[in-house]
Design a protein around this ligand. Structure first.
Ligand code: GLA
Length: 516
């Protein structure tokens, strides 16, 4: 174990305890506080090795999926799977992008699926009005999930009204129209209680109508609903309670079939499965998540509702080697920030680097560098753009973590930038890779669908501004290419051989290149 991993292992529990102390703890008794402390400092630390660098082999069985086609380079967002998962259509007034999703329906999961989705969507224009998103679509082939998750802003301090407020804001802010669709409820919804038959029980004062009611509400907005549990017996809310009392029993171990069937029956389309209990119990991650994926398959067969699985074991036990065959996305590192921390570019870059497993990624299966911290305290507009550029170049899931109800106009426009989203959602689902590094002045290249199209990120990690050059031959293009600056929305004309830009320290320039 190297020093930085040891530091993380030591720091994580401490940070979470600090977060606990500074958070508004709901009804925390002294007994529960003591338990939290024991879990954190005594035995709750992460003990597994860090994610190794280098790409793992792509497991057989990972689906290649059928790619959609986007016509019109400057058209709007979305990949084939995304189109396939949208029951409606989008119509607006920007450039033309037509898509043949070709991947809709739940047939790949073996049950024929629901009838309200699966048809390929069509999308005209970048600023289109959204039709209603279907509740089906095949997560094994869809684009990287886009949505919002509750953890970064609210920690465990969530209830029906918090989630409803964010779902409403996803629509009113324009995020839904831009392609965001999942509203993901993270830790805090369940305190580990079960009835005598082992069914999860919910505090009705916080979740009137149970979890089905909030899933129904999310669906009524044309969005999809996500939920959260742990692979072990006790979840992170027991070992590192943040905003609520320690919750023993808040994991699904011993109840996989029962819990995932319940989630599906309640209407959830996505489930993130954390690893605090699994890690503490030293479970074999591949075995545990295989059991979970199989429980989800069984649930889907019964309810007809496909459910995307998000493996959240922080990159321990090399999930890029086995999770692509089981899941939609798998975390490749520890948390991008811990609750209460400010956004920090070093952490963004570290998580981006840890997620580099290009051969593991394919349509419907994504390395997950963690939820976004775009728009959170500590980041400037430029930092928000660099963060999103990194995730888009990686083809990573885009799960916003900021408060959607209070975000400012700049954050909104960054999150909804159609060209950025189109790069992220490109149907080839390639992970962009680094092709050069001159003392921290780096070039990343992502091959896009269509004819000779590349997204290129000029990233300056150094402490001084400097010129960064992309040579067209290095990204597999010929002598000439037309160059567009994505964030400036500026065509820079046809260039010969290469393109150079001056990039400020710790900043980036995102380009779209089209070869001739
Ligand atoms: C872990 C996960 C986070 C979040 C919290 C909830 O730290 O990595 O993304 O879900 O647990 O406790």
């Amino acid at each position: 174990m190297n020093i930085s991993t040891r530091a993380i292992n030591l720091i994580w529990p401490v940070v979470r305890i600090v977060a606990l102390l500074s958070a508004t703890v709901v009804g925390c008794s002294s007994n529960e506080s003591a338990k939290a402390g024991d879990g954190g400092s005594g035995s709750g630390g992460l003990s597994s090795p860090p994610p190794a660098s280098g790409a793992g082999g792509r497991p057989s069985g990972a689906s290649a999926g059928s790619a959609g086609v986007i016509v019109g380079a400057a058209g709007a967002a979305a990949g084939g799977g995304f189109a396939g998962s949208m029951g409606g259509s989008l119509a607006g007034s920007g450039g033309l992008a037509s898509m043949n999703g070709g991947s809709g329906g739940a047939g790949a999961l073996g049950n024929g699926g629901r009838s309200d989705g699966g048809a390929a969507g069509s999308l005209i224009g970048a600023a289109g009005q959204s039709g209603s998103a279907g509740t089906s679509g095949d997560p094994t082939k869809a684009g990287p999930p886009m949505g919002w998750a509750s953890w970064n802003t609210f920690a465990a301090k969530i209830d029906y009204n918090v989630i409803k407020g964010q779902a409403d804001a996803m629509v009113s802010s324009g995020l839904k129209a831009a392609g965001y669709q999942y509203v993901n409820i993270d830790e805090g919804w369940w305190q580990g209680t079960r009835d005598s038959a082992g069914n999860i029980t919910i505090d009705q004062s916080e979740w009137p109508g149970g979890m089905k009611a909030i899933a129904d509400y999310i669906h009524s907005l044309g969005l999809k609903a996500g939920l959260y549990t742990d692979a072990g017996k006790d979840g992170c809310g027991y070992y590192f309670p943040t905003g609520r009392p320690a919750a023993p029993g808040s994991g699904s171990e011993g109840h996989y079939d029962q819990d995932f069937l319940a989630f599906s029956q309640w209407g959830f389309d996505f489930v993130k499965v954390d690893w605090c209990g699994g890690d503490k119990e030293k479970l074999d991650a591949q075995t545990a998540y295989k059991g979970i994926a199989s429980a989800i398959d069984k649930a889907t067969k019964q309810t007809g509702r496909p459910m995307a699985l998000s493996v959240c074991n922080w990159g321990v036990q090399s999930p890029w080697n086995w999770a692509p065959a089981l899941s939609t996305m798998w975390r490749t590192s520890y948390d991008i920030i811990y609750y209460g921390e400010n956004a920090d570019m070093k952490r963004v870059l570290a998580n981006f680097d840890s997620a580099q497993h290009p051969t593991a990624q394919s349509p419907g299966h994504y390395n997950d560098p963690d939820m976004l911290i775009v728009g959170m305290t500590g980041f400037s507009g430029a930092q928000n753009r660099t963060h999103l550029s990194l995730w888009a170049i990686a083809g990573a899931p885009l799960l916003a973590g900021n408060n959607l109800a209070t975000m400012n106009a700049d954050t909104k426009s960054v999150l909804t930038n159609a060209e950025l989203i189109a790069i992220d959602q490109d149907p080839l689902a390639k992970q962009g890779v680094r092709i050069s590094d001159d003392q921290g002045k780096q070039v990343y290249n992502k091959v896009l669908s269509g004819n000779a199209r590349r997204a290129v990120l000029l990233l300056n990690r150094s402490t001084s501004a400097g010129s960064i050059t992309v040579r067209f031959s290095d990204v597999g293009l010929g002598a000439a290419a037309s160059v567009r600056n994505v964030w400036a929305a500026q065509d820079l004309g046809s260039q010969m051989t290469s393109y150079s830009a001056t990039v400020p320290a710790q900043d980036s320039v995102l380009l779209l290149l089209t070869g001739t």
